[in-house]
Design a protein around this ligand. Structure first.
Ligand SMILES: C[S@@+](CC[C@H](N)C(=O)[O-])C[C@H]1O[C@@H](n2cnc3c(N)ncnc32)[C@H](O)[C@@H]1O
Length: 237
């Protein structure tokens, strides 16, 4: 029997709604809330590209616990995770935000400015391989505390090699969407045509990444079932 398409990896949409409405939305920063609503108004169904509020809160808590001061964001869109990051960092911290599409970032920018954290952000209008290589050439190897990757899935495995150089020993790389709506666990025959059309080849790229990370002795790994799946990789040496 074909599985029914669902954006959530929790057992029901009702449970996702409960989690967001009970714990996440009441504590969501006002500008994050407004950015989220503006993204729905502007992009409707594409607004699922924003990380959900509970994941934003996890990122925020991790950054504070790590005392992070220099981070990189690969894939910005309208900037929900970027704003959550910038809000969690101290005033003199820096986040390099990379995306070849500046238009979507400009939808979120007024909310970032209103939150008073735009000065922490350096937006780089480029594809990430070029931008990260540039940072490495500039001598910034081993200087980043945290990297958040939420962009083109086929390149995650390439970003991993570059980001392992860019983050310091003990620093963290987080990959978003690594459970891809639960489809990484499904056989081809379990997928309806509607689902196949939506997910394309990303399910295969993410499966390969998950196997690769599980076998990578250079990192500690925690694969979380939050949002659409989040893989946390801590650089060991
Ligand atoms: C899922 S969205 C990011 C959502 C964001 N984390 C948030 O919470 O709002 C993915 C973004 O990756 C960007 N992207 C696609 N290819 C890229 C690349 N080669 N380098 C950097 N960003 C890329 C897209 O333009 C898009 O804005």
């Amino acid at each position: 029997m074909k599985e029914k398409f669902s954006c959530t990896i929790l057992q029901s949409e009702a449970l996702t709604k409960y989690l967001l409405e009970t714990s996440a939305y009441p504590r969501e920063h006002q500008q994050l809330k407004e950015l989220r609503h503006a993204t729905v108004d502007r992009y409707s169904h594409l607004s699922v590209m924003n990380v959900p509020a509970d994941e934003g809160q996890l990122l925020s808590m991790m950054l504070k616990l790590m005392n992070a001061k220099k981070t990189i964001e690969v894939g910005v869109f309208t900037g929900y995770s970027l704003l959550a990051t910038a809000l969690a960092l101290p005033d003199k911290a820096k986040v390099i935000a990379i995306d070849p599409d500046r238009e979507a970032y400009e939808v979120g920018l007024p909310f970032i400015e209103k939150a008073g954290v735009a000065h922490k952000i350096q937006f780089v209008n480029s594809d990430a391989v070029t931008a990260i290589n540039q940072l490495l050439q500039n001598g910034e190897e081993g200087t980043f505390d945290f990297a958040f990757v939420d962009a083109d899935k086929e390149n995650y495995i390439n970003y991993h090699e570059l980001l392992l150089k860019l983050v310091r020993v003990g620093g963290m790389i987080a990959y978003d969407n690594t459970l891809w709506s639960g489809t990484v666990a499904l056989a081809d025959d379990d997928l309806s045509q509607e689902w196949k059309d939506q997910i394309g080849e990303n399910r295969i790229f993410l499966r390969n990444l998950n196997t690769f990370l599980a076998n990578d002795s250079r990192i500690d790994l925690a694969h979380l079932s939050i949002g659409d799946g989040l893989s946390l990789c801590r650089r060991l040496h």
